[in-house]
Design a binder for this molecule. Structure first.
Ligand code: NAP
Length: 279
């Protein structure tokens, strides 16, 4: 499994990670088995959030006894992101995850708490050893500019954003901004949440053709495309061990320039939207 840096100077993690939104809604043992299979196959990056119901509790069971293998990421809700609120939200997440530290802690989306306060809390948590790094999610370039003013260069580990074959808005400005500033870009909902191109569509047929050329699957091709540059990582969510294994194998798939060009043409980037799309 290829490893990529999570922001300048931070430890690396698996290019393909594991999302956990709605993972608490189905069979718990099946979800635990999926996460563990993913870990076995090198998907060390596990993404969660205080917003995801009991997902943090499911993860706690999945990673029991193997915390050191995991690159654990959670998120604070904007409504909790005050100076004190961020610290107590982090402590609640640590308790639910049954661990003493997060590898990265994110602000889930821009809210009304001053960024100075959230960043001060992140830095306090870092000094206390409760988080190793911090980042953001759903930040557009104007939000990133404001954050950069507050935090300075080299302190933002990642920006986690909506990115899949049918939604490439980040390529206009967010991805270049992050590349310029050494910020990792984590693609969430890389399968469109539940909107993966149908096999009968032109895009679906191309994905199948490219997949056949590599003995891979269309979803593996999608993940390889979405992580084609050095700043890009992806966090598909899988609730079965079979799906987790399929996703993990995408970490070894490399597409040719021609294949990337064909995918680029068939799933056009489109015009730059007014605001950054998010789920
Ligand atoms: P997603 O990963 O794009 O898609 C998940 C769907 O794909 C599920 O229905 C899953 O089914 C299916 N799937 C996964 N692997 C598969 C495979 N190999 N074959 C067939 N189907 C497969 O959607 P997502 O959960 O929205 O996004 C991923 C993660 O990103 C989330 O879980 C969360 O951690 C994060 N996220 C963050 C934000 C944010 O605001 N920061 C927003 C949305 C998501 P099964 O469950 O049956 O395996």
């Amino acid at each position: 499994m290829e490893q990529k840096a999570f922001g300048t100077g931070n430890p690396s993690t698996s290019v393909i990670g594991q999302g956990t939104w709605y993972l608490d809604r189905g069979d718990r043992q099946r979800a635990i088995a999926a996460l563990q299979r993913g870990l076995d196959l090198g998907m060390s990056h596990i993404d969660t959030a205080e917003m995801y119901g009991e997902a943090e509790l499911v993860i706690a069971d999945a990673i029991a006894g193997r915390r050191d293998e995991v690159f654990l990421v959670s998120k604070v809700l904007p409504s909790n992101a005050s100076r004190r609120g961020t610290v107590t939200a982090c402590e609640r997440s640590l308790k639910r995850l049954n661990t003493d530290r997060l590898d990265c802690y994110l602000l889930h989306w821009p809210g009304s708490s001053p960024l100075e306060d959230t960043v001060a809390a992140f830095e306090e948590l870092k000094r206390a050893g409760k988080i190793r790094s911090w980042g953001v999610s759903n930040f557009d370039v104007d939000d990133l500019d404001e954050l950069h003013e507050v935090a300075g260069e080299g302190n933002i580990a990642c920006n986690q954003v909506l990115y899949h074959l049918k939604e490439r808005a980040i390529e206009h400005a967010v991805l270049p901004w992050c590349e310029r500033h050494g910020v990792a870009v984590v693609a969430y909902s890389p399968f469109g949440h539940d909107d993966f191109p149908a096999g009968s569509s032109a895009g679906g047929k191309l994905l199948q053709r490219v997949a056949d050329a590599h003995g891979a699957t269309p979803r593996q091709v999608a993940l390889a495309f979405l992580t084609r540059s050095s700043a890009l990582l992806a966090i598909p969510k899988a609730s079965s061990a079979e799906h987790a294994a399929e996703n993990a194998a995408a970490g070894a798939l490399e597409l040719t320039k021609d294949e990337i060009a064909a995918l680029d043409q068939t799933f056009p980037r489109g015009a730059r939207p007014r605001g950054l799309p998010m789920l």
